[in-house]
Design a protein around this ligand. Structure first.
Ligand code: 5RP
Length: 232
């Protein structure tokens, strides 16, 4: 089975188990979520479901529109029943690294408005400790003018290395859906208290959000190479 098929089985399982009729559904971002929206569209068609979809990114909004699903917004739907999203890494405490696709801010806002956050991923994202699998570090969304002082401050507090995320080599920095830059913090200490780290980094002026999701995720579905799904 390919990695894409592993993503698909996880996504289908989560949508089948968690999305109900007459509900508000948060649509995460990334390649695995594509399968979740595909499955939701099938279920809306065959089961005549009414589900209002709240996007976490421009990509998610485009997916909702493409599949003719009901597009909602937090202004009118501030309480979401369930959000299904991807992750770059999930540890044994259900702490997530998110933001590989640069959508961490809206993903965290939508997750925080959700009664339930479910992660869907292939088996490569399943990790004992953060950093075991995902080597690109923790994304930090920052106000552009502050990226250098924030970079220096994070390194002085917690060590490691930080790279400004670039769009394509030498073409300039990635600009998020919110007009900000992303720093990727390659941490060196895997035994940090991620709740403390998250709070401390968020206190630095100019930091908008981190890709650390601590105590937010209820359940994760990992698609396996042989086509089964492991739940945590
Ligand atoms: C985007 C994200 C994605 O959910 C995360 O990067 C996982 O993506 P994929 O499903 O493509 O592996 O956090 O900001």
């Amino acid at each position: 089975m390919s990695l894409e098929q592993a993503k698909q089985v996880a996504a289908y399982r989560a949508v089948d188990e968690y999305v109900k009729n007459n509900s508000i559904f948060g649509v995460g971002s990334g390649s695995t979520v594509v399968y979740a929206v595909q499955r939701l569209a099938e279920r809306v068609e065959t089961e005549n479901l009414r589900v209002t979809c709240i996007p976490t990114s421009f990509q998610a909004k485009q997916l909702i529109i493409k599949h003719n699903l009901i597009l909602g917004e937090l202004e009118t739907n501030p309480e979401i029943d369930v959000t299904i999203d991807g992750a770059d890494e999930v540890d044994f405490q259900m702490t997530l690294i998110k933001g590989g696709g640069g959508c961490l801010l809206q993903e965290k806002i939508v997750a925080a408005c959700s009664k339930t956050l479910i992660v869907i991923a292939d088996y490569t994202k399943d990790s004992k400790k953060l950093g075991d699998q995902y080597k690109k570090g923790i994304p930090i969304e920052v106000i552009p003018m502050a990226y250098v002082p924030i970079k220096n401050k994070v390194i002085s507090m917690f060590g490691g290395q930080i790279k400004l995320r670039n769009a394509i080599a030498k073409a300039g920095p990635v600009v998020t859906d919110n007009g900000n830059f992303i720093l990727d913090w390659i941490f060196s200490d895997q035994d940090l208290d991620w709740e403390v780290v998250n709070k401390s980094i968020k206190m630095i002026p100019g930091v908008v959000e981190t890709g650390l999701f601590v105590r937010m995720c209820k359940k994760a579905y990992f698609g396996q190479p042989e086509g089964t799904v492991v739940e945590r």
